[in-house]
Structures are given as structure tokens and as C-alpha cells.
Design a binder for this molecule. Sequence first.
Ligand SMILES: Cc1cc2nc3c(=O)[nH]c(=O)nc-3n(C[C@H](O)[C@H](O)[C@H](O)COP(=O)(O)O)c2cc1C
Length: 277
Amino acid sequence: MLSNLFSPIRIGSMTSKNRLLMSAMSINFGVDDSCCVTDQLVEYFIERARGGVGMMLVGGGSVHPGGQELPDLPQMYNDDCIPALKDMVQRVKKYDTLFGVQLMHGGRQSYLPQKVAPSPIPAPAVVKGEVRALEIDEIKELISCFGDSARRCQTAGFDFVELHGAHGYLINQFMAQNSNIRTDEYGGSFENRTRFLFEIIEDIQAKTGKDFPIGIRINGNDYIENGWDLESTVRIAPLLGKAGVVYLHISGGVYGSTELTIPSMYTPHGCFVHLAQ
Ligand SMILES: Cc1cc2nc3c(=O)[nH]c(=O)nc-3n(C[C@H](O)[C@H](O)[C@H](O)COP(=O)(O)O)c2cc1C
């Protein structure tokens, strides 16, 4: 059944030497006071790359200081981060792995006391604090922050970026009805709730060119009342392919999911879907 596991696969413009991907983890170490990466993070990834994985992701790549999920995650929100990222890429790429960054904004699941989200609804679990609804101009600014961050990753030499659209973070908050009760063009219908995501993809493509691979992690199901569900996933998948996304990394659950039986709230990630172009 796993006979192809160690054979190469083409994903967009990339070829992975095998079918193993180390999924993104926000490990909350390996950055300095400005959240630029340090040798500790480089050495962590070198060890993982030496293990032989075909694709790897830096987790928690923060696109905006107000969306930092945890204090010690690598920032992609200003150009000062580029030299250290470049050095990391050069040292890790010697081990023949595709190296990407998962870009994220925590929204109402950021660790900061003042949080922003599509609507002023606190997260159901884990984080506490005030949540303020984003104004339209702030939404546009955040879209642009994703594009600028992807451009920095490309400049640093990363092979691809992945958007964190799962697990109850900002993109997922826009997509799910229980966290998005907006009545403007970013809320309501399926089309409006997914607009934030599609505008991010467009902004990235405008700033990096269409050949720079974009993957996305989304939940197949949030497993929470009125959350993002399987029907919506089936509906969005071909649209993401059409928009130029090269893979879907399907996960499940948000913090506070009621139907999950495991305590961490993370389901083991389900599957990785390569979108034929
Ligand atoms: C400490 C920790 C941090 C994580 N951070 C992220 C993250 O930033 N983004 C993400 O998509 N998944 C994150 N995850 C989920 C993992 O990517 C993965 O889906 C989960 O660990 C289950 O996979 P496994 O069974 O291979 O461990 C995190 C998991 C752990 C344990």
C-alpha cells in the first residue's frame, strides 16, 4: 500500500524526493528578541532534514505582530528577518529537502491580550482576552501582509509557502460561520467567508509570481457546531486548485472541538492532496 512512499513526486513546480512531509509546528523557540531565527532553529531543522524527509515546514511564520500565536515564533513581517532566514535556508538545503514556511495569523487565537478576528467572538478554548472585529481596511492590510511575507520567504530562498487555514486561526475564523458573523463582503455566504483566503492567494501570486508554489492547510471538518465542514471542503478544493494552489494539506479540529476524543484538540493530520495542474 505504501509502495510509493519513497519515490519522487512532482508538486507544482517542485519535485520532492519522497512522499514524506514534516508538517508545520509552532515550536516556540529558536528566535531572538526581534523574532528573527537563530542557530537553535537552524540546527533543529538540519536534524530533521538529515532524517530524510522530502518536504519540511517552518511553523508559526507570523505575517503580522498582532497575529503572533506564541511569543517565540519566527516573524516574516519585516525585511529584517530575511538575512537570518536566508542563512537558515542555505544551511538546511544542503540536505536535499524542500523547505517551506507556514504563514499564519492567529486572529482570536493569538497569545496577545488584544486580539483581532472577523467578529468579536472569543475563541471557545485555550486563549483568553479581548477580541475586536477587524475593519475592512485592516483586512486589506492583513491580506497584503501575507503577500509581503511570502515574498520575503521567496527572497530568502524557501521553495514554497503554506497558508495556515486550519485549526481555528484567522483564515479558518473567516471561513467558519461560528466565528464569522460579518454582514459585509467578508461574511455570510460561502463566497464571502472564503474571500479573505482567495484574496491572500492572489496577493501572494502578484508579489511572488505564479510559479512560486503555494500550499494550504485546511480542516476537512472543524468538528464544532456551525464550523467549517466536509461539504464546504469538497466545495472549496477544486476552487483552490483553479486558483493555483499546488497542494491541500487536510487536517481537522479546532481548539474546543466537542466531538474530538483526543485531548490535544489536534487530530492527527489526515492527508496531503496533490492538486494536478
Ligand atoms: C507543538 C506542536 C505545535 C504545532 N503547531 C502547528 C502549527 O503551527 N501549524 C499546524 O498546521 N499544525 C501544528 N501542529 C500540528 C502538527 O502539524 C500535526 O498535525 C500534529 O502534530 C499531528 O501529526 P503527527 O501525528 O504526525 O504528530 C502542531 C503540533 C504540535 C505538537
